[in-house]
Design a protein around this ligand. Structure first.
Ligand code: C6P
Length: 404
């Protein structure tokens, strides 16, 4: 088992007080906290090797370039991509998805179909809707059941030779449900569709193996996995990245520019126009090392224990309903109490030092399905404790008494 107290000491913010109470941070689905090693690595970059990359012959520029490219290779190995040029640095999941939808604008035709799921974050709905509007393609939606699971028979029935893209999240941010993405990818490929997986909520909990999954694209954010904000990765299979046009034009993504014609750089630079978030990209590698040193098996064991305890304790509260009761779940509990608005519970427990997210979690179709305005979402990380969950349960009980 992990020595949680030792791990907690790596995260300076976890010993802060909020509203005069010890911070209980259960908003990890929105963004994770950062260990000291990640915070220090940002300062070290600026203190020791700050320079623009891929441009200068001078030593600092080469040191920064090397560190950036070493981080790319580290992430390549982390997700088991075949080539490092299949790993694109982005500013986050949203950017990665938009890069792909922009590329498909020149591929899709009227009558083509794009399949998304009813469990998606707005980031993986709206860009596809915009793409469909632009191209005349049609958006189809995989329905879900009362447990918050996607209905695979309905998915099978949606697929046809018209299906050009299928996209789902690996783990739902609003409910924590883990989707059967291997099955989805296999079935989508059988009709010739490309598959994008939104891995934003998966990468803090597990190590995706993109070759084993055989997905065509896998997008995620660095800030949810102990890395800096404004960082992310889009993995794309080489053949797809070669097929898609560049997303943004500018410096670094070109081979040759004349006023008559521009030719584009090879992968990955074709998709990395302009000066990137150099410090962020390098330090994302530090975060990946940190998580791997803890070990994803250990992370999962701790998070499973937290999920089981939270589920059991919360269900002791009369009138409390958990949304997302399917079998395969990450450490997220989304709930409401009869007759009480989630915002009111969230505001009261915040005064007691407990940070949860309330609202629709950028997943309004899920809230519409359950006919609710939103939920209270507690999302746990490996650095959270059973005692913190007990503190949240007591706080929720207190809030309920005050509001009833
Ligand atoms: N979800 C949450 O509290 P960005 O903002 O680009 O880093 O990630 C967008 C995104 C995409 N897909 C999923 C499944 C997500 O959960 C998120 C971000 C946060 O649930 C902030 S809205």
């Amino acid at each position: 088992m992990l020595d949680i107290q030792k791990i907690r000491a790596d995260f300076p913010i976890l010993s802060e007080k909020v509203n005069g109470k010890p911070l209980v941070y259960f908003d990890n689905g929105a963004t994770s906290q950062k260990p000291q090693i990640v915070i220090d690595a940002i300062a070290t970059y600026y203190q020791e090797i700050n320079a623009n990359i891929h441009r200068g012959v001078h030593t600092l520029s080469q040191l920064a370039t090397d560190a950036y490219e070493i981080s790319r290779v580290k992430i390549q190995h982390h997700i088991n991509a075949k080539f490092s040029h299949e790993v694109l640095f982005t500013s986050g999941t949203t950017f990665g998805i938009n890069l792909v939808t922009n590329g498909f604008a020149s591929i899709l035709k009227p009558g083509d179909e794009v399949v998304v799921s009813s469990l998606e974050h707005h980031s993986n709905i709206v860009p596809w809707q915009m793409l469909c509007e632009k191209t005349g393609a049609t958006l189809k939606v995989i329905p879900m059941n009362e447990e918050g699971e996607l209905i695979m028979e309905a998915f099978d029935a949606l697929l046809s030779e018209k299906t050009k893209v299928v996209t789902v999240n690996h783990i739902s941010n609003a409910l924590g449900i883990i989707n059967p993405i291997k099955y989805i990818i296999e079935k989508a490929h059988a009709v010739g569709a490309a598959v994008l997986i939104d891995g934003a909520q998966a990468v803090p909990h597990l190590k995706p193996d993109v070759q084993d999954l055989d997905c065509d694209f896998y997008a995620f954010s660095g800030h949810k996995m102990c890395g800096p904000t404004g960082t992310g990765i889009l993995y794309g299979k080489e053949e797809w990245l070669n097929k898609l046009p560049p997303y943004q034009g500018g410096g670094e993504m070109i081979k040759e520019v004349t006023f008559e014609k521009t030719t584009y750089a090879d992968l990955p630079h074709k998709f990395e126009a302009g000066t990137p978030n150099i410090a962020g990209g390098i330090v994302l590698g530090t975060a990946v090392d940190y998580l791997n040193n803890i070990g994803f098996d250990n992370i999962q064991k701790q998070e499973e224990a937290l999920l089981a305890h939270a589920t059991k304790r919360l269900l002791e509260i009369e009138g409390l309903r958990i949304y997302g009761t399917g079998k395969n779940k990450a450490s997220v509990v989304s709930f409401n109490i009869d007759g009480i608005h989630p915002y009111d519970i969230g505001s009261i427990i915040d005064k007691l030092g407990i940070a949860v997210r309330t609202g629709h979690h950028c997943a309004q179709p899920i809230m519409n399905f359950f006919c609710i305005p939103g939920t209270i979402r507690a999302s746990f990380s490996f650095y959270n404790t059973i005692e913190e969950i007990d503190a949240m349960v007591e706080a929720v009980k207190k809030a309920k008494t005050m509001l009833s």
